[in-house]
Design a protein around this ligand. Structure first.
Ligand SMILES: NC(=O)c1ccc[n+]([C@@H]2O[C@H](COP(=O)([O-])OP(=O)(O)OC[C@H]3O[C@@H](n4cnc5c(N)ncnc54)[C@H](O)[C@@H]3O)[C@@H](O)[C@H]2O)c1
Length: 278
């Protein structure tokens, strides 16, 4: 088997100046890709460019809000002018906007805002990138970052789970359209992962930290490098016959689906711990 390489490939990662997106951008660049990052946070953009220079990685971050169609058009134009091609698109932007409340309290504006930051840009960025990917002439890979929350019930922010699950529908349908052009379309659904906005290492109180190994079958929360590993697989020739699917990057938590490991290594699905486990 050939060693994994993204040499000669050009990748665009949205929201790649921090968190999971940053992990993906770094992994791609370490494997030889030239990476462009589109991020709406100017400080994060400037920090990302400083870090990339320090690391000697080809990651060029630019300020762009992917909810703005004209900004996305200008971004793709920039990729074409600078690189003349695009092989990999990662639709990574996504956020809860901290809109945690029951559906009956969600305003129209709340639902529209979540739609914009979770799903709309996935379609807009892909739509704008596809012609350049086709012109590049070597197929390509579109990867969208969903969430494991789309695959289980998520109370108090219903639209987040709904729009994340919708990424699977988008992925399957677009995979059919683009298959004949050699462009693969897939998604990754991570479980809770340490990032800029998600901080389980700070949120779980010190006295509860010892419970973490029992909470998720693989014994820890996610790291950006976990999702990045899946993204490398989906971006590279390793997955050249994989399209229209979603990788659950979740440490086994979806499989657990309500089962928890106890301190004595037995498993329980009830709140009665003593004597109830398997
Ligand atoms: N971290 C988790 O636990 C987790 C779990 C499952 C899924 N996800 C998904 O993974 C993706 C990345 O999550 P994260 O936790 O790394 O996010 P993050 O908030 O830590 O980082 C996101 C980056 O996107 C940028 N960004 C935000 N809105 C933008 C916009 N409109 N245009 C351009 N850039 C924008 C931010 O500036 C930031 O640099 C999201 O789609 C999220 O829903 C995260």
């Amino acid at each position: 088997m050939e060693p994994i390489s993204l040499e000669g490939k050009v990748a665009l990662v949205t929201g790649g100046a921090g968190g999971i997106g940053r992990g993906i951008a770094e992994s791609f660049a370490e494997l030889g890709a030239r990476v462009l990052v589109a991020d709406s946070n100017p400080e994060a953009v400037s920090r990302s460019n400083d870090e990339a220079r320090g690391q000697g990685l080809s990651i060029d971050a630019v300020e762009c809000d992917v909810r703005d169609t004209s900004a996305v058009r200008a971004l793709i134009q920039r990729v074409e002018t600078k690189e003349r091609r695009l092989d990999i698109l990662v639709n990574n932007v996504g956020h809860t906007l901290r809109l945690f409340k029951p559906l009956e309290e969600m305003t129209d504006e709340n639902i529209d805002d979540l739609f914009s930051v979770l799903l709309r840009h996935v379609m807009i960025c892909s739509r704008e990138a596809i012609p350049l990917m086709k012109r590049s002439g070597e197929g390509g890979s579109i990867i969208s970052i969903s969430s494991i929350e789309g695959y289980r019930g998520l109370p108090n922010i219903v639209p987040y789970a709904a729009f994340k699950l919708a990424i699977e529908g988008f992925t399957k349908s677009l995979a059919l359209e683009l298959g004949p052009h050699g462009i693969r379309v897939n998604a990754i659904a991570p479980e809770t992962t340490e990032s800029e906005s998600i901080r389980p290492s700070r949120w779980v109180k010190p006295e509860n930290q010892e419970r973490i190994p029992y909470w998720i079958p693989m014994g820890r929360f996610g790291r950006p490098s976990d999702t990045a590993g899946c993204a490398v697989f989906l971006a590279s020739a390793l997955s050249e016959w994989v399209s229209g699917t979603v990788i659950h990057c979740d440490g086994g938590s979806l499989a657990a689906a309500g089962w928890y490991r106890m301190a004595d290594n037995r498993w329980t699905n009830t709140p009665i711990i003593e004597g109830s486990g398997l």
